[in-house]
Design a protein around this ligand. Structure first.
Ligand code: ATP
Ligand code: MG
Length: 257
């Protein structure tokens, strides 16, 4: 199986705090890889390094298939290389309809020149129609097609998370990063999220997922990477990681996780 994303010996320091300490991982084609670990373990920092929000203090991140090193690129260039994400705290565009939220994601992918946009050239109008159709397709894909004109922020929590996923998919990513997609969802929303994630994978993307809901993680993941205090302490198939003493010890005292 070919790797699509390669994280090699990444460290990230914030002053005296080492949030990531020499972390490496491979995300393979068509894989669902979860990153778990107690609060503050460095999971979101890892996503921020991969998507260019933070520049790692050391190490290398590359898109293996494309032969591109991305760890010193700005976020918009990394997104253009096919890495999209959602955020731990939902970040929808305020006061915008569900459809417009996805259209904004889709427009950021187009390479229309400012002249085309300003003068609404024929080329630009054709692109606009195609983007509109694509946005509707995506909203159908995440089961929100009956809510196109509702304000995104007035959707239920679970639907807001699905909308964020649709907006990320508008970038047509090869790699999709989801930061706690099941947070705040009820059991039935979590079940339909699992179905959606598998559909995304079946359509050809590889997924890296941060999640605290252990039942969900164990069910959905092909492999799991475990972080604790910024270090990778375990990695493997769900049944292997679940029995790893280092993982059990890291989670002791972490409530019912
Ligand atoms: N911008 C920043 N400046 C300073 N410290 C930071 C910054 N971002 C993260 N940290 C620190 O780095 C550590 C890892 O944080 P991170 O958000 O990656 O954890 P996490 O594993 O995502 O936790 P959670 O499960 O609570 O979301 C924490 O100690 C956090 O306080
Ligand atoms: Mg986090």
């Amino acid at each position: 199986m070919a790797a699509v994303l390669e994280v090699n010996n990444i460290s990230k320091k914030f002053g005296g705090l080492t949030a990531l300490n020499d972390v490496s991982l491979l995300l393979n084609e068509g894989e669902i890889l979860s990153v778990i670990g107690p609060n503050g373990a460095g999971k979101t920092t890892l996503f921020n390094c991969i998507t260019g929000i933070y520049r790692p203090s050391a190490g290398m991140i590359s898109l293996s298939g494309k032969g591109v090193r991305i760890d010193s690129l700005p976020p918009h260039r990394i997104a253009r290389f096919g890495i999209a994400r959602t955020f731990q705290n939902i970040r929808l565009f305020a006061n915008m309809s569900v459809l417009d939220n996805v259209l904004c994601g889709a427009f950021s992918k187009t390479r229309e020149s400012i002249v085309d946009i300003a003068f609404r050239t024929r080329k630009n109008k054709a692109a606009e129609t195609a983007i509109n159709e694509r946005a509707r397709e995506l909203l159908n894909f995440v089961d929100l097609s009956d809510k196109l004109y509702i304000n995104g922020c007035s959707l239920s929590y679970g639907d807001q998370r699905r909308l964020e996923i649709a907006r990320a998919l508008a970038l047509e990513p090869d790699v999709l990063l989801l930061d706690e997609p099941a947070a705040g969802m009820n059991a039935s929303e979590t079940n339909s999220l699992a179905v959606l994630i598998r559909k995304i994978r079946d359509n050809g993307a590889a997924l890296l997922i941060i999640e605290h809901d252990m039942r969900f993680v164990m069910e959905i993941s092909d492999r799991i990477v475990v972080l604790n205090y910024g270090k990778k302490i375990s990695e493997g198939a769900p049944e292997v990681v679940r029995k790893d003493k280092k993982v059990i010890d890291a989670y002791l005292g972490e409530g019912d996780q």
